[in-house]
Structure formats: structure tokens, C-alpha cells
Design a protein around this ligand. Sequence first.
Ligand code: ADP
Ligand code: MG
Length: 226
Amino acid sequence: MAVVEASNLVREYQMGTETVRALDGASLTLDGGQFVSVVGPSGAGKSTLLHIIGALDVPTSGTIRVDGTDLASLSDDAASEFRRKRVGFIFQFFNLVPTLTAWENVALPRLLDSQSLRASKPRAIELLERVGLGGRTDHRPSELSGGQMQRVAIARSLMMDPKILLADEPTGNLDSKTGADVLELLAEVAHDDPDRLVLMVTHDANAAAVCDRVVTVRDGKIDGGH
Ligand code: ADP
Ligand code: MG
């Protein structure tokens, strides 16, 4: 089953009297076990597409199913639960909590799901080992390099074992060698599980080499969506 099935997505923003069409009939089907990058010019609608797939935004029209769930049918509470449990988010600036250690940051999604940090510690340590940071579990973000912080964020995104990871410019704040290592890790994470999709918006020229598929967004439409 496809992890993402988007059909004819339109997203309009009202700016005073003007209507901005960020997405203009975007259709896309994506299977699991893949690392897919989304490219295209600035303002093309890439972030809008990612936000709709992550249930952070809703389309003006069109249909969107992610991991078997029709996102349009979700109440606000259900959408927030969907985001917490079913999607992993990875950001350009990592978004780690500075006062928490690496393992506590990784365990945070469980805390938000009413489970104690301590109970989640073994799993958090395991995930940090998975991303090559078994020796940094008690470090705080300020004691880590940019690449290490992004690895912590990737471990955190896996805490709830989601079928979809969404990354918006995850290497945008890293040097090219560190960025290439992070891309390699994201590819491994996608290929670890035949049901898991890693979907990444990027300008990184190295991405095409490690991604299984590249989709291009242009003027709110998708080339190569199927
Ligand atoms: P990209 O990520 O490809 O650079 P975006 O998805 O951020 O593009 O934006 C697509 C278009 O929609 C742009 O013209 C942008 O200005 C507009 N847009 C995005 N978000 C909003 C918003 N919240 N309000 C109004 N216009 C928006
Ligand atoms: Mg963007």
C-alpha cells in the first residue's frame, strides 16, 4: 500500500484581496522503503506540500491519504494525535530542547504521549546507537556539533516508529561532508523498513545521488508524481 496518496491538491491562501495558489492540482503517490526528495524553485509549493502530508495544514480541495488515513476526515485533536504518533519531523535547525540531554530529547515524543521519560530511556539509547551517537547520550545540544544534533533529531523522529518521516532542508545548516553523512543516514533509515517513507525537501546537490526518487514541484504542480 502506498504511504502517501495525494490527488489534485489545491491550497489557496487569501492575502487581502489577492488569492495565492500555493498548490494547484498536485498529485503524488509514494511507496514505503524509499528515500524521496522534493525539489523545485523557491515559492513552488514544496513546504506547503510537506505540511499537508504531515497534517500541519489542510488543502483547500483534493484528497490526501497518509499511512492509510484520510487526513481530511480528522478533527483537530485527531490531526494532532496523527502528527505526534504517526509522523516524524526533521527540521533545518534541529529544534532540540536545549535544557534536555540527547537521550531526553529523543524520548520527548513519548513524554508528550503521557509516558515517562525514564521508561523510554532504553529505546532512546538504542535509537542514539542506531544513529551513531551511543557515546553522546548525556550530552546537551550545546555540547554537540551540527551533524550530531541532526542525528539526535533523526533518532527522535523514529521514537514513535512512524511510517513516514518528513524533512524540510535537513542538511541546509550543515557543511557538505556532514550533510552527505546525514543524507546517507536518512537513506539507511528509509531502507531499514519496507513500509517506511522518508520524504525530504532539499536544495542539496548531493541528494539526487542517494535518493531513490526525485519529484519536482513547479508552480504548485508535481512533475513525476506517479
Ligand atoms: P517553497 O517551500 O517551495 O519555497 P511554499 O510552499 O513555502 O514554497 O510557498 C508556496 C507559495 O505559497 C508561495 O508563493 C508563498 O508565498 C505562498 N505561501 C506559503 N505559505 C503561505 C501563507 N501562510 N500565507 C500566504 N501565502 C503563503
Ligand atoms: Mg519551503
